[in-house]
Design a binder for this molecule. Structure first.
Ligand code: F0G
Length: 433
């Protein structure tokens, strides 16, 4: 069986051709996923290793190198690659100690070409758009999706149109969208309202939607888990910890892990831990609810980690399934906890944007409560680059960062610059202590 689209709701299970433009099931409204027939994975691990020696663009991509794992394209000439993926596993001893662990490894998706994990998915979304003969692509974004889409669309000869919640995205991300040539609309509405808008507009104008409800984005983001396993010589960690916003990544990771297990590439599943910011934590609340059957959206989500400032995450049914399938958990963390964890990651020489630091803040809580034991093998996913939000960093280190209710956050690890006169002895006496 070639690739098909399928309704994720198993009570429906409707199937559609892979070339249909679908984001929700036309029969029941459920989420859409990409499915494949029987595949034989013997030889893949070695093939994937060998491709690291290749100079072919498609092999150098940390997504398309694993193309047997996401075989939805019929012609690889549609691929647009900026050599996405290829992100390192980095040891963070200081972060491990802070998180109550013996050892902690970060998979840093901020090393991607546009500085976030979105590139893993966007290369696939852009390829599918080209295959379908689309001219324009659109997304709503808290910043990273738009930066990524703008780059891949422009690189692939597509016109990017992006919708941004006005005043709520970091300057670094907005700057990328402008530089990469996106038609940029700043709408006086939050992310969730923007998503509703863009769906209507894209439908009416025949623009291809590249938010994470697009099933091909999810296929690309699966490779974050495959590359992680490849880099670990297929040793399965106990936990994979990631921040949760719209929950596309949690959905992608769970799908990847289940598929790897079903194909015999790994012998067990790690547990997923999703961490949300307390002011935008509808998924955390869902997990605590009695029957987990309905997500109550947060009407006015608030967090300084603007990447995950989302109150009505569309992919929650998939993410819920993956948390349950992996015996996972969902945690929530405060602004202060995110800010301090972020500074700790910075001090490891690694650095990340605020949303990414929710991982370490969550790990600290989860080891504190005994859910994760100190000797566990944990990989935390840093989703975005430290330079995405320099304003936040400057505020934290100079002691002027304010929380969501205007309260002053404490700069527990503050490292303000010193202002000195142009005078050698003044500088020497400053540096002597
Ligand atoms: N971390 C970063 C840096 C992000 O940009 C996002 C999402 C997430 C985590 C959450 O991932 O949505 O898959 O649960 N950013 C989206 C955007 C929403 O528009 O750039 P998720």
């Amino acid at each position: 069986m070639p690739a098909e689209l399928a309704c994720f709701d198993e009570r429906c299970g409707a199937r559609f051709p892979v070339t249909d433009v679908l984001y929700n099931c036309p029969r029941c409204g459920g989420l859409i996923e990409t499915v494949y027939g029987q595949r034989d994975a013997s030889g893949w691990k070695q093939l994937w290793r060998e491709r690291r020696m290749s100079n072919l663009p498609i092999d150098q991509s940390g997504v398309w190198r694993y193309r047997e794992f996401l075989p939805f394209l019929d012609d690889y000439r549609h691929v647009v690659t900026l050599r996405e993926g290829n992100t390192p596993l980095l040891e963070g001893p200081g972060a491990a100690a802070y998180g109550g662990l013996d050892r902690l490894v970060f998979k840093h998706q901020g090393f991607n070409p546009t500085g976030s994990f979105k590139d893993n998915g966007m290369t696939c979304g852009a390829a599918q758009a080209r295959r379908l003969g689309m001219q324009r692509v659109a997304c709503v974004s808290t910043g990273n999706t738009s930066a990524s889409m703008a780059a891949y669309a422009s690189a692939g000869g597509l016109q990017p149109v992006i919708f941004l919640p006005h005043g709520n995205i970091s300057f670094g991300k907005l700057a990328q969208a402008l530089e990469y040539g996106a038609r940029t609309l700043q709408v006086e509405a939050n992310f969730d309202q923007n998503l509703a808008l863009v769906r209507v507009v894209a439908g009416q104008l025949g623009i291809y939607l590249l938010n994470s409800i697009n099933p091909f984005r999810i296929e690309g983001q699966k490779t974050i888990m495959v590359e992680m396993m490849d880099q670990r010589d297929w040793r399965v960690p106990d936990w994979v910890v990631l921040p949760g916003g719209n929950l596309g990544n949690a959905s992608a990771f769970g799908k990847a892990l289940r598929e790897m297990r079903d194909l015999g590439l790994i012998d067990r599943l790690p547990r997923l831990a999703v961490v949300q910011a307390a002011g935008a934590a509808p998924f955390y609340e869902l997990m605590r609810s009695a029957d987990r059957s309905r997500l109550r959206r947060v009407e006015h989500p608030e967090t300084l980690a603007t990447a995950i400032k989302i109150g009505d995450p569309v992919s929650w049914p998939k993410a819920l399934h993956e948390i349950e399938a992996t015996g996972g958990v969902v945690e929530s963390v405060t602004e202060q906890e995110i800010a301090d964890a972020k500074a700790v990651i910075g001090r490891c020489g690694i650095g990340c944007e605020p949303a990414s630091a929710a991982t370490l803040a969550g790990i600290r809580k989860l080891t504190g409560s005994g859910v994760i034991s100190g000797d566990s093998d944990v990989v935390a996913i840093l989703t975005g680059n430290v330079l995405k939000d320099p304003d936040y960093i400057h505020r934290y280190h100079t002691g002027i960062l304010q929380g969501i209710a205007g309260e002053r956050l404490i700069s527990n690890l503050g490292n303000p610059p010193a202002l000195v006169q142009c005078n050698t002895s003044a500088i020497i006496s400053l540096l002597q202590v």
